[in-house]
Ligand binder design. Sequence first.
Ligand SMILES: [Zn+2]
Length: 76
Amino acid sequence: MPPKLTISLLRSEGVRGAWVHCMNMRCRNYAYITWERMRVRGTEEVRELEIRGRLKCSVCGSREVRIRPYWTQPPG
Ligand SMILES: [Zn+2]
């Protein structure tokens, strides 16, 4: 079992958000979203957020998303 990739663990590594990719083949939207905007708790895992459909694509409304933690500051 790999270690749990929780939000608080990512925060401790300086990760403030993630790229959220829409898995709808006709949409393929992606956006950088901070943990605050996702309204997640520190104890939650990235995988749980994907499985539970907590996040929704702002373009097509799909809840089939993949979350890729952003390990450095986003540009701008
Ligand atoms: Zn979409």
